[in-house]
Each structure stands twice: as C-alpha cells, then as structure tokens.
Write a protein that binds this ligand. Sequence first.
Ligand code: 2AM
Length: 594
Amino acid sequence: MAERKILVLFGSQTGTAEDMADRIGREARRRHFACRVEALDSYSVVNLIHETLVIFVCATTGQGDPPDNMKNFWRFIFRRNLPQNSLCRMDYAVLGLGDSSYPKFNFIAKKLHKRLLQLGAHPILSPALGDDQHDLGPDAAVDPWLKNLWNKVLSLYPLPPGLSLISEDIRLPPKFVLRFLDQEVAMEAGILKKVDAHAIPTELHPFQAPLVSNQQVTAADHFQDVRLIEFDISGSGIQYSPGDVVMIQPQNSPQDVEKFCTLLQLDPKRVFLLEPHDLDTPLPPQLPQPCTVRHLVERYLDIRCVPRRSFFQLLSYFSLDEQEREKLQEFSSAAGQDELYTYCNRLRRTTLEVLVDFPHTTCNIPVDYLLDLIPRIRPRAFSIASSLQAHPDRLQILMAVVQYRTKLHEPRRGLCSTWLASISPSDGVKIPLWVKKGSLKFPSDPDTPVIMVGPGTGVAPFHAAIEESAALNKTGICLFFGCRGKNTDFYFHEEWAELEKRGILTLFTAFSRDQEDKIYVQHRIKENAAFVWDLINIKQAYFYLAGNAKSMPTQVTDALKEVFQKEGTMSSEEAEQYLIMLEKSSIVIFHKAQ
Ligand code: 2AM
C-alpha cells in the first residue's frame, strides 16, 4: 500500500493560513496519516520531488504578493530551468486565502496551482478560494472544500485495515512538550538571542531599537491619537529608502501577562525547554531555548487576538464543568458558527476575555497545549515615515493608536499601537524591529516630478519621500493631503510650510470637517485640473495614492479621469484607457497603506 504521508506547506502573513494548515494537520492525524506542517520557506524545497501528497495553504497579500515566509520558495519554483516533469510523483491540492476587495484575489494560489501543473504534479481538487470579505470569514468557502479534500484523500489512501477515523471527541497529543528545568535561571534579560553585530536584522534576529521619541501629532481632544515615533537604529546595519516598510514585533502588557498567568496558575519565572512531541515537527524558530514562561506569554502567545473555532474545540477537552463544555462544543460545531460570530468576532472578544468566561476550563488547561491553543504574536508592518538622508541612524513611523468601542465594556485596543504609544523614551524599552523592501518605489531620476495623494496616516511613505527630496534639494513634488481639520490632525504642517517656501513642495490641503460640506482630496484634484494635467501630460509626472479610506481610491481615480476628459478633451472611454495605460507603465500607482 502507498505510504500514508501528508505534507502541509503554508505561506502565511497574518496567521490565518498557518492556522488553517494546522487544522489540516490535525485532521490528517485523525485519519492516521503521518503529517508534517511547515512554512514554505522553512521546508527544503529540493525535497519536493520525493513527496507524494502535499497540501499547499497560501495567502495572497497586498497587490498580489506572496507572504514573507514563502518568498524564497516562490523564487525557486518559478526558476526557468526546473525540468518539466520534476514533480510527476506528487499529488497536491492548493487552498488559497485572499480578500476579494483587492484586484488580484487569490492570485498566489491560482498561480501556484498553474505552476505545479506545469511541473507535472497532479491536482486532486481544484484550488479553494477563501475570502476574507465573506461575513463568516474564509471558512465559508473552505469548509465544503475540506470535506471534498478528505473524501478524495481517503479514496486515494484508504484507512489501514482495522483503523477508523479518530473522533473529534478525543484530543490529540500536544505539538510540543514543555520540559521544566529545576533552576529559575536568572537570565530573563539575557534570553534574547545575541545578534551578530554584522548581520542585517530579520524576523529571527530583530534589532532591539531604543525608542527615542513618541510625540502625539493630533490635538489632545481629536477623536484619534496619532503618534510620530522615532527609533534609534545606529549600529543595526539597517538601510532603507522611501517606500520601505518596518516590521515591529509587539508584546503583551505586563498586566495581561499577569492576568493570564494567574488564570492558568503559571509561574512566570519558571524555565523550560521545548520538545516536539513528534520528531518531525520543527520547533518554533522565534522562541529561545531555554525559555521562561514570562517570555512565552509576553512575547509569543497572542492572548489578545480574537480566538478561532479550533481554539474552542481544543478548549472543550479540558472542561471540568458540563455547562462550559457544552457551550464550547457548540462554538466549535458547524451549527454553532453564527453564535460564535455573535459572541466573539462581532464584539472582537479577546482570547484572554474568553478564558475569563470559562473559569472551570481555563484552570485545567495543561501547559503543553498552550502552543496548540494560542497563535503566535505576529509582527506588524508600518510604512516608514522618515528618510535616512534627513535623519541618519533614525527611523520614524506615523501610527494611529487603534482604539474603538463595541458592546463590550472595555474598549478594544490594538496590541502593537497601544504598546508603542505607552512607551516613553526614558523607560529604556527596546523595540524588536527589522526592515522590508516596500512595494512602493519612487522614481530614481531626480528630475521626474511626482504627485502624491495621501489622506490621514496614508501620507507616511510620502513624508519619507518628501524629506528625502528636501535633503537632496530636489524640487517638483506636489502633495494632496486630506485630514479632518486644520487645527486637529494637520500633522507636519510647519515642516511643509517651510518646504513650500523653499520651492520644494506644492501642497494642496482638504480639511473635510472645517466647513459644512465635506472637502476631500479628490475635490482639490478636480479644482486644480489644469495643473494636474500639465504635470502628468507635459511634465511626465508620476502619480501616487496611499491610504486606507474605503471608497477613496475609486473616487480619486474618478477625479483623475475627469481631469483627463476636461483638460485632455477625451471621451470617458479614452480617459479610462489612458489611466489604464498609465497604471500599466507604473506611472500611476495605487497603494494600500500599511
Ligand atoms: P472624514 O473623516 O471627514 O469623512 C483622513 O482620514 C481624511 O480622509 C479625513 O479627512 C477623512 O474625512 C477623509 N476621507 C474619508 N473618506 C474619504 C474618501 N472617500 N475620499 C477622500 N477622503 C476621504
């Protein structure tokens, strides 16, 4: 009989694909498969030629890009010199996770499927296209697909004689065992891995950057608290350009850590070694060995995330109370998904809050299961707001502190922005960070003029580009900036007034709430049609748009088309075609801000 072995490989940016891959791994083990679940870039891709059954779980990020932990795989698999039939032994299925509000919906999953076909592998199903926009999340499309997958897999690789499906009522062993050491190592601070002084910081070796300033740039009574935060990166080896992105690894607050440890009766000072239950399972590379409980809870376990369905299923096994167990089982059943959505997702209830709600279960969670239950804290991406030319050895971000209310008593707070906003330079706290190339590129020719449209914190990468131009005395930058009010959130206004005086910047502002009728950046573009047309058509300017407001990109696009029609005497069809042509040649760039 064929070897019953499944490899699950994932490319995950926010953790959804990783969670899905873990779920497939658990379901495979219930069907008595030997199963290994791994990030695509941790897997040694040359071994793929020996694999017989692989499930790929891949997210698509941003503008149709692969997640960071599959970028090397992506480059490898598209090498031209790979032999045509190199994967002819392999059966596979691709599960895609994407967001249909982006133009390149599930692009990576679709492209991977085509490439694997080209290399001679055999699909056992057509790809699943999970959609974040669906009310019930990606599970809506994925659940029926998974059902088909297991039917198909079991028809190809039937259960061994005498064995049956392990029921969901029986819990599987944990992925890792925490082997506690006797000593309480007085090494909490020293536990951070020493970074090689010459290496460029990465996710596994972040730079521990001192925070040197944390300035609120919105008025104290403004609805939103926006911070300009500066880090000292001297000695890090980090280089960056305007348009690049900084990744920051946030951590839980000391209050949350204490609360969690008390609930689960954990001693934060204890030290453990992590051992995989199954030798095939790779250790999480972000965790030091040995590790303290405090480090695990503070820096690794995302106890503030909204828990997923698999969390409730696993939790139900530990219940010492009939009522709690029934409720948890309901939340993890297909029929209970609406109720789970109402209890958890709609209110953005956190894992920590759920644990408080189920005290008779929480007190009985075996420590070994923590890494199965709770996902890891993901790094957060921010557009870099500064230029190295203007601030050598420094890096700035412009960050809105995420806080909003739901029906729950406590306001919801973003983990990373709340943490960063709470730090003052005198605290001496160091922030783990590293830098990534951004998808936003500014023209290398210093004579090319640029038009930038960036309302709100979307202006961050443009601030970097403008600072860089100013440091190099370049001219020809035009910025359309939108905010609510001249006196509330018009950040950088003094700096920009100075640059206008020097003839480096032409600034158009749209204060949406300083008068009765809304004025937005697109209105200013239309009012200045002749100027914009001249820049794009005669002076060959590049046009950039960044920001998060939902309908803003479409409305700015429409404004541009109006400019083309009016000033270029084009029909609406011609204006549309002209814009498409500019976008294709990367002269017009629409960028979702990070
Ligand atoms: P508003 O909140 O008053 O509607 C930064 O967030 C700025 O972007 C604010 O002034 C905000 O205005 C504005 N904004 C909101 N929706 C927009 C849209 N569709 N187009 C352009 N600007 C928008």
